[in-house]
Design a protein around this ligand. Structure first.
Ligand SMILES: NC(=O)c1ccc[n+]([C@@H]2O[C@H](COP(=O)([O-])OP(=O)(O)OC[C@H]3O[C@@H](n4cnc5c(N)ncnc54)[C@H](O)[C@@H]3O)[C@@H](O)[C@H]2O)c1
Ligand SMILES: [Zn+2]
Ligand SMILES: [Zn+2]
Length: 373
């Protein structure tokens, strides 16, 4: 079928992207879903730093690529071997499909799926080289999804069903910001209400970590960012204390759990510096593959410290997304408060500029489809 989508043509073009226009919006061809795949009408797609990292070249990927991985939509068609999803079902996209047969999948979310990771790096779907093309030439999928488009064909393992009462823009954010930032709290830190939690880097991922910590009853949440607007927003969402990375060091602030959600090595060094003896530094951000950090070596041993990485919130999406959905329904997880603006596909280059400037938390691309019969 013919679809409209936003394709990244080239990485590393100069800012502002509104002028250099690395992403073009136009028509593409989308193949039919294979036996284990579904066709989804995309309703909402959030703009995440992991999209920007392909645009700016921090995460090198094969191009051209149709971006977008944090999304929700409705199932329009399903392959012969997809028996457990009805047409019309609202689904959340998951940006790392689980094959359920590799050794990593057996580790319950602690390790990213080997086969899903390989497909994502190649810009392919889990069990197929890809369903997207333009004038006969291949266009790659982003993280098994490619949601900055009216429609997507994805593997069944790339979607999780949610209730029709969850608005599409809320459902979209459950798939990346909440699963990732929230998972660092829920699956890795597992704090008690009296534990201190510090979040460093207050984009969609960091703010979602903050919301989940608050939902778990953590009383002392500290929020850290370079930008004053982000600190004010974090206070409004329930952070007990906010400060800049410089102030963390100057004031000697420490937390039992320090969660880095910025994607910069300096932020990981801040998080480590702010972790108590016996505490845990959790890193969620995805810096450039060449970047390195310097940590004071003795303290790791002498203070019994832990540094742990968390990809995809160390989550099993089919297990965890329903949990966040319930928390949202109970009013414990006000995900809509992470939304800065609702935009159209044509605004996508400008959206990348705003994200790079830290001027937005989550911008969500909205799509109008006829309601299902
Ligand atoms: N691990 C995963 O599975 C996963 C999933 C999604 C996103 N990510 C990564 O998480 C990171 C955050 O994503 P996002 O969409 O929330 O990004 P974002 O750009 O919206 O937010 C990043 C925030 O970090 C702040 N920041 C930058 N440098 C800092 C520093 N040195 N100290 C403190 N704050 C600093 C920025 O001002 C900004 O507010 C990115 O690296 C993204 O690629 C990881
Ligand atoms: Zn993301
Ligand atoms: Zn696997």
């Amino acid at each position: 079928m013919r679809i409209t989508g936003a394709v990244l043509e080239e990485s590393g073009r100069p800012r502002p992207y509104a002028r250099s226009r690395p992403i073009t919006v136009g028509e593409l061809e989308l193949g039919d879903p294979g036996p284990t795949e579904v066709l989804v009408a995309i309703e909402a797609a959030g703009v995440c730093h992991s999209d920007l990292s392909v645009v700016d070249g921090n995460r090198p990927r094969p191009l051209p690529m149709l971006l977008g991985h944090e999304a929700a939509g409705r199932v329009l068609a399903r392959g012969d071997r997809v028996a457990d999803l009805e047409v019309g079902q609202r689904v959340v996209m998951s940006f790392l499909p689980r094959c359920e047969s590799c050794a990593a999948c057996a580790r319950d979310g602690l390790l990213p799926c080997t086969n899903g990771s390989r497909a994502n790096a190649a810009g392919e779907l889990l069990g197929h080289p890809g369903r997207l093309s333009r004038a006969g030439a291949q266009v790659r999928h982003h993280l098994g999804v490619s949601a900055f488009a009216t429609h997507a064909v994805v593997d069944r393992a790339s979607v999780v069903p949610v209730g029709a009462d969850v608005p599409p823009e809320v459902a979209a954010l459950l798939g990346c910001a909440v699963l990732t930032g929230g998972g660092a709290v829920l699956n890795v830190a597992r704090p008690e209400p009296d534990d201190t939690v510090m979040v460093i880097g207050l984009g969609g991922v960091g703010m979602a970590a903050l919301l989940v910590a608050k939902a778990l009853g953590v009383r002392r949440i500290m929020a850290v960012d370079r930008l004053p607007d982000k600190l004010a927003a974090a206070r409004a969402l329930g952070a007990a204390e906010t400060c800049t990375p410089t102030e963390v060091v100057e004031r000697g602030l420490r937390a039992r759990f320090a969660i880095e959600c910025a994607g910069h090595p300096a932020a990981l060094e801040t998080a480590y510096a702010a972790t108590e003896a016996g505490g845990v530094t959790i890193t969620v951000g995805l810096p450039a593959p060449t970047s390195t950090v310097t940590l004071p070596a003795l303290s790791i041993t002498a203070e019994a410290r832990t540094v742990v990485g968390s990809y995809l919130g160390s989550a099993v999406p089919a297990r965890d997304i329903p949990r966040y959905e319930r928390m949202w329904r109970e009013g414990l997880l006000p995900v809509e408060r992470l939304i800065s603006s609702r935009i159209g596909l044509a605004d996508i280059n400008t959206a990348m500029d705003l994200l790079a400037d830290g001027a937005a938390v989550r911008q969500v691309v909205m799509f109008d489809h006829q309601p299902p019969e």
